[in-house]
Design a binder for this molecule. Structure first.
Ligand code: CA
Ligand code: CA
Length: 594
């Protein structure tokens, strides 16, 4: 570990902020000097409490909605930078983080498993933690991190070598550190941990290496394991101190032979939690390998949403968006709980926008399919969904079996829409209870994809496929869409030249915020999609914006720093956006004091 304390210690910082406040030369947050422990109640109420952001998604349901309305459609055009903070160093890679704010301190994770604590009013660095990473880590999709979790006096985040680190919020010193999985087998960790009932809940990355997806729950204060839930049928889990405390179902029931043993299903994008049902909703990635002809069957529980009981780790239900996936349509995207009225009755629903191009509304108590719509154009791997939400295949658009080719080396290539980077990828959508709309960052693109023979080797890529991603429209790839979950109607669309790769935020002020790879932070009208504000941040935005209130003022913050999967895997699309500059800066905005 390398701890850089630019200030001798935190106590001195507290005194210096006090002094600054006395001379009122700098507007320093009154809360900055005092820390309060983050509780389970704080996390459950995060959406309603506007003076802090203590969880990824602004609350366990991750609706990314703020009730703040000081900033609204009439005044957002006056939004100005309050401060900017550079992540520094030569390691300018994708910055996909969502900031957290508590007691006047912002916590932000950066590329290469770094974590920064910053004064949320002045932008000054308080401390920085750099994880010491081994040379042979295997992150598939850039050296990114999506954010931290707060609990008690701790800030907790995962590292690219699949470890979980808990730091003291005041000092940045390590309190505990645990191994999540073996990085040498291809595991890594990039999502923001979740705090549920005093437990820190995490998934794993590594779906391209034949790993086994799982969800771990640990005591957040000590790091001690409470339960482990593997999400591939047949694998046993850990509960109450017992290695085989959770049954994994019948091994190989939906898999041929031993393929379930390296079945994939990476839980790499974290999850959401609904206190009413006590269920954790987690998405699972592609079955391994990509070449689907090696593994006839549904390959449970890959490319699915699984609902896991928070106390026992038991799978309460699952909904498979892409059975027998042959296109790398990871089903990891967030399932957002929300309620709506149908003929006077409240429907306990949840919605998700899948990589496969369909937007699903499910009953979150039992996983029943309510409705689904295509949210991107020209989908051609399926012609639609049946009344249970299962895809209606277009078999001619499944990449062919290499065993049926002349030399047995390359199966028939197909052009499939969407590309494997998805109608929507990891970047989180937002839901506004005011408009009743979901704001979905989507991309319109396709891919040439073909299959090749493959066998499993520990720590090596396990795909059995080749591909080239291509644009399908001249004028845009990115498209932010406002979707009515009650009808499936797309109310408006905001098109962008480059693929969208950042999260979305919506507010009671009738606004939607998101960023683009071209570097703009946009403020849009939540009802019409009209651009009300834009600001150039100097590098591409692939992070998720937040808003909070401090000293009576509403702030908006977002991290800027182009990177992520698109430049690495994007084929012809990567070439189209290769002019974009890298960077690494947190920007905080507010209205000028009139
Ligand atoms: Ca809050
Ligand atoms: Ca994948």
């Amino acid at each position: 570990m390398k701890l850089r304390n630019h200030r001798p210690n935190y106590k001195q910082f507290a005194y210096s902020t006090l002094a600054a406040a006395l001379f009122s030369a700098v507007a320093v947050g009154a809360q900055a000097a005092s820390f309060s422990p983050v509780t389970d109640a704080d996390i459950l109420n995060d959406q309603a409490t506007t003076n802090d952001v203590v969880s990824y998604g602004l609350g366990p349901k991750a609706q990314r909605y703020s009730p703040l309305k000081k900033l609204d459609k009439t005044n957002v055009k006056e939004l100005r930078p309050a401060w900017a903070f550079s992540l520094g160093g030569e390691k300018q890679r994708g910055q996909e983080s969502q900031p957290l704010v508590k007691d006047g301190v912002m916590y932000i994770t950066g590329s290469y498993s770094r974590l920064f604590a910053i004064d949320s009013v002045t932008g000054e660095e308080l401390w920085q933690y750099d994880a010491r990473l081994p040379d042979n880590i295997m992150p598939c999709c850039d050296v990114i991190n999506r954010g931290a979790a707060l609990y008690d006096n701790l800030v907790i985040f995962g590292t690219l070598d699949a470890k979980l680190v808990a730091l003291d919020r005041k000092t940045g010193k390590v309190v505990w550190k645990e191994k999540i999985a073996d990085y040498k087998a291809g595991y890594s960790f990039t999502s923001a941990p979740q705090i549920i009932k005093g437990m820190v809940v995490t998934g794993v990355s590594g779906g391209e290496f034949g790993i086994i997806g799982k969800v771990d729950a640990r005591n957040a204060k000590t790091g001690e394991l409470v339960w482990t839930r593997p999400v591939i049928e047949g694998h046993m889990g850990y509960l109450n101190g017992k290695e085989n405390g959770i049954t994994g179902g019948e091994a190989g029931k939906t898999w041929p032979g031993d393929l379930w043993k390296q079945g994939g299903g990476a839980t790499w994008n974290g999850g959401t939690y609904d206190p009413e049902t006590n269920l954790i909703y987690v998405g699972t990635g592609n079955p391994a390998p990509w070449n689907s002809h090696t593994r006839p069957g549904n390959n449970l529980y890959t490319s699915s949403r699984v609902a896991i009981d928070a106390d026992t780790g038991k799978i309460a239900w699952h909904f498979q968006t892409t059975p027998h996936d042959g296109w790398d349509y990871d089903g990891v995207n967030e399932l957002i709980p929300f309620d709506y009225k149908d003929g006077g009755k409240t429907v306990k629903a949840a919605a998700t926008a899948d990589r496969n191009g369909y937007f699903y509304v499910l009953n979150r108590t039992n996983g029943d399919f309510i409705r689904g719509i295509p949210f991107v154009k020209n989908i051609n791997w399926a012609s639609g969904l049946d009344d249970k939400g299962a895809p209606i295949w277009m078999p001619e658009n499944r990449p062919g079996n290499p065993a049926e080719s002349e030399d047995g080396k390359k199966g028939k290539s197909v052009f499939a829409i969407p590309s494997f980077l998805g109608g929507k990828n990891w970047m989180p959508m937002a839901f506004s209870k005011d408009t009743g709309l979901f704001y979905v960052p989507s991309n319109e693109w396709g891919m040439d994809i073909w299959n090749e023979p493959i066998s499993y080797k520990k720590g090596a890529a396990y795909l059995g496929a080749g591909f080239t991603i291509k644009p399908i429209f001249e004028d845009h790839i990115g498209s932010l869409k406002a979707i009515d979950p009650k009808t499936g109607e797309i109310k408006w669309e905001f098109k962008n030249n480059a693929p969208l790769w950042g999260g979305v935020l919506t507010t009671a002020g009738g606004l939607v915020f998101t960023g683009t790879p071209e570097g703009y932070l946009y403020g849009l009208d939540a009802n019409s999609g009209k651009v009300l504000y834009k600001f150039q941040t100097g590098s591409g935005i692939v992070g998720s914006p937040i808003t909070w209130e401090q000293d009576g003022e509403q702030y908006v913050a977002v991290i800027s720093g182009w990177g992520g999967a698109v430049p690495l895997w994007g084929g012809d699309v990567a070439k189209r956006v290769n002019y974009l500059n890298q960077g690494g800066t947190v920007w905080a905005f507010k209205l000028p004091k009139s």
